[in-house]
Write a new protein. Structure first.
Length: 160
């Protein structure tokens, strides 16, 4: 049910992104990303992921899953599909930024083997820091304990 996204998917992706994030991306921004040859996007009926590759590194630009299906493993399936495509294209490492306040996402990334590579102070606003996470490709499961799921909030706001 997961397929590659096409530029005609931009309005649906923008709508889901607007429901998921305070700083939403426009239809035109999604359309431009979907035309970028370095960007891959995979979509399912209730979610999507956008990733970008540069040489042997890649980054998750965004991932969205409808609230009603969060916890259903759709996010995991989207990430695994994107990671497999990136690895097949030559990427060996996958990066992302995640808010310290987003505990559910941090738990998901920890289960997939992501580890903290750094922090960006005030990345999501004056009081919301981001963790920079990294995982080797092909993406697997965590093989050793990781602390990203329980990272200290520091200056960031508490999760609601």
């Amino acid at each position: 049910m997961i397929r590659r996204a096409i530029p005609d998917d931009a309005p649906a992706l923008a709508a889901l992104h607007a429901d998921s994030f305070a700083k939403m991306w426009s239809v035109d921004e999604f359309r431009a990303l979907l035309h970028d040859p370095a960007v891959m996007s995979f979509v399912a009926p209730k979610g999507f992921v956008l990733v970008r590759r540069a040489a042997d590194e890649a980054e998750i630009l965004t991932i969205c899953v409808e609230n009603a299906v969060r916890g259903s493993q759709l996010g995991v399936a989207l990430l695994r599909r994107a990671a497999a495509a990136l690895h097949a294209a030559g990427a060996t490492t996958l990066f992302l930024e995640v808010s310290l306040a987003n505990a559910p996402a941090r738990r998901l990334y920890a289960k997939l083997g992501f580890e903290e590579a750094g922090r960006r102070r005030a990345y999501y606003g004056p009081s919301e820091d981001a963790l920079i996470l990294r995982a080797p490709l092909p993406l697997g499961n965590a093989t050793r304990s990781t602390n990203i799921a329980s990272a200290k909030q520091g200056r960031s706001r508490d999760a609601d």
